[in-house]
Design a protein around this ligand. Sequence first.
Ligand SMILES: [Zn+2]
Length: 270
Amino acid sequence: MSKVHFGPAGIPISAEKRDTISGMKKVKELELDAMEIEFVRNIYLNEQSAKEVKKANEELNLKLSIHAPYFINLLSEKESVVEKSKKLILQSLKIAEIINAKFVVVHAAYYGKLSKEDAFEKMVKITKEILKKANLKNSVLAYETMAKQSQFADFETLVEFYKEINHPNFSICVDFAHIFVFNDGKIDYKKIFDTLEKLGIKEVHSHFSNVKFNLKTKKFQDVHVPINSHPSFYELAKELKKREFEITIISESPILEKDAIKMKNIFISI
Ligand SMILES: [Zn+2]
């Protein structure tokens, strides 16, 4: 059976005090054991406050991860955006190493006018450069599986990318909702975990939420809704019971920790 850690994307909604350490304490109180620190708008921890987070976590013992800023686009036509993106990733990785967060999740890039092949090649070069500069001890740069054709990149592409990078400090953040949207409302959990097994990935970082079905376009959208429809968490939980992964599942549902608890209870009940 897989060992699963559950927690919210960011400070729990029910935390009265809105700082990271108060959020972590709330996570513990709710008997969850993971939290993603959201640097999506800005990197709000400096080295000093990061040390305090690390210290607080020595007692709380949560699986911490970081979500790097949304602003990032490593394939931008503007050189200034690429440089800023690299800096934001390096800074997020630096904070991760201080607080002992293993995974730093990044929405890496948009294809723009580039062909898939050129984008892939460019990203290999840039990513290797970032990993060299970051010189990581424990933390892992993890590109998230994206929902849109315009974004780098979908699960299949990132699997190939992972093989190409072949670095102990690089991985994939598996966003199940994004995979479901990318594949027009289909997700094959068995195939995903078979692939991860083949890649030799034993510790997985992931995001989960349900998504909206647009009645006008008849398509699933990357709009997060509470977990009671699609994709099925029950099927994911069933698959994980059969496997031997260590996996963190971050709830990106609008009701964050409530759905983290719901997922945990579903997993336990099977
Ligand atoms: Zn994300």
